[in-house]
Write a protein that binds this ligand. Structure first.
Ligand code: PMP
Length: 355
């Protein structure tokens, strides 16, 4: 740290993203990207003509994209704010709605960025204990009079909380904001966006990074009532009105035009997820039932760190965590069926060698 760093950040522990590797030989199952390319419509839309326009700023209102997202969810464009990945949208939410007077609550095992944003913006936070099987006890969140952020389905566990229970949490905390981070909702869950007219304290955050194969383009959005979205746009215009670049706006719009392509890919991922879950269980793994594009698994016979390293040696990257409670688990992104067959083969080899 230089002597110039603000005192505010002396204890900041930044987010640690999963490794990115230039090695195209490796099977990358560590950052929950889609194994499928963007739709052919996206490739067509990002033409040389559009690249030639990169001397011009993008449309800061993002109106065409917001209208397309709105149509897909049967809401108004005034209910949508867009960002440079949902990480940026989450960051804007923390900045806009939480302050030193707030306490934001999230599960003790969840997306690490919630803690990072709390530290970044000087917001008190509380990590809510979970059940022994890592499920969230929704009752713990009823009427707690604190702001809440929940990833649903949760990450890295993959566990989904029913919309019914999500609604109970929202309705019992009317004076506090409830943020539902739905990065993985397209893999079998039911979105809470349907509740935005009923509750003025709800924000739903989604991303184009997973189910819509645009992790590299950086595009995320929030759905909420007009007042909340107006507040978020105020923050966006005070920070970076051009936060979504020209090519990403186009990619986002054309990916919505080909919604079927993505829904078909999600179905495929869900089928492969069942296949992988079953195979891992038959080898002795404990695998949590997942509603996402990854599975969270461990095997008693082998430490998570060793399994992670053995897989890496064999050209397969998965994600592991140092946090004690989950240090033996691996988070494995669901790739194509072919990739997962190779993954399972490598697991078999490792188990034969090490167990
Ligand atoms: N929320 C959750 C729960 C995630 O796992 C991720 C992906 N790391 C994000 C948000 C952020 O995704 P992105 O910024 O790519 O939209």
């Amino acid at each position: 740290m230089s002597k110039f760093i603000s005192d505010r950040f002396s204890d900041l522990e930044p987010y640690k993203p999963g490794e990115q590797t230039g090695n195209t030989e490796c099977i990358k199952l560590n950052t929950n990207e889609s194994p499928y390319p963007p739709s052919p419509k996206v490739m067509e839309a990002i033409s040389l003509q559009e690249v030639e326009k990169l001397n011009l700023y993008p449309d800061y209102s993002g109106i065409n994209l917001r209208k397309k997202i709105a149509k897909l969810y049967n809401v108004s464009y005034e209910n949508i704010v867009i960002g440079n990945g949902s990480d940026e949208v989450l960051s804007m939410i923390f900045m806009a709605f939480f302050d030193h007077k707030s306490t934001v609550v999230f599960p003790e095992i969840s997306y690490d960025f919630y803690k990072v944003f709390s530290q970044l913006y000087g917001i008190k936070y509380m990590e809510m204990p979970m059940n022994g099987d890592f499920s969230i006890s929704f009752k713990d969140y009823l009427g707690i009079n604190k702001d809440i952020i929940l990833a649903n389905p949760n990450a890295p566990t993959g566990i989904y909380l029913s919309l019914e229970n999500i609604e109970r949490i929202i309705s019992s905390n009317p004076e506090n904001l409830v943020v539902i981070d739905e990065a993985y909702i397209d893999y079998g869950g039911e979105s809470a966006y349907k509740l935005i007219d009923k509750y003025d304290n709800l924000l739903v955050v989604q991303t184009f990074s997973k189910s819509r194969s645009l992790a590299g383009a950086r595009l995320g959005f929030a759905i909420g009532n007009r007042e909340l979205i107006r507040d978020l746009n105020m923050i966006r215009f005070s920070m970076n009105p051009y936060n979504v670049n020209r090519l990403t706006l186009i990619a986002g719009e054309s990916s919505i035009d080909d919604n079927e392509y993505y829904m078909k890919n999600c179905k495929e991922v869900m089928e492969t997820r069942s296949f992988v879950t079953e195979k891992l269980r038959s080898m002795g793994f404990q695998v949590i039932d997942s509603m996402t594009n990854f599975v969270f698994a461990k095997i008693k016979a082998l430490e998570g760190k060793i399994l992670y390293e053995e897989l890496k040696k064999r050209g397969i990257l998965v994600r592991r965590y140092d946090k004690e409670l989950i240090s033996n688990y691996l988070r494995i992104t669901i790739g194509t069926k072919e990739q997962m067959e190779i993954f399972l083969q490598r697991i078999r080899e490792i188990l034969k060698l090490k167990v």
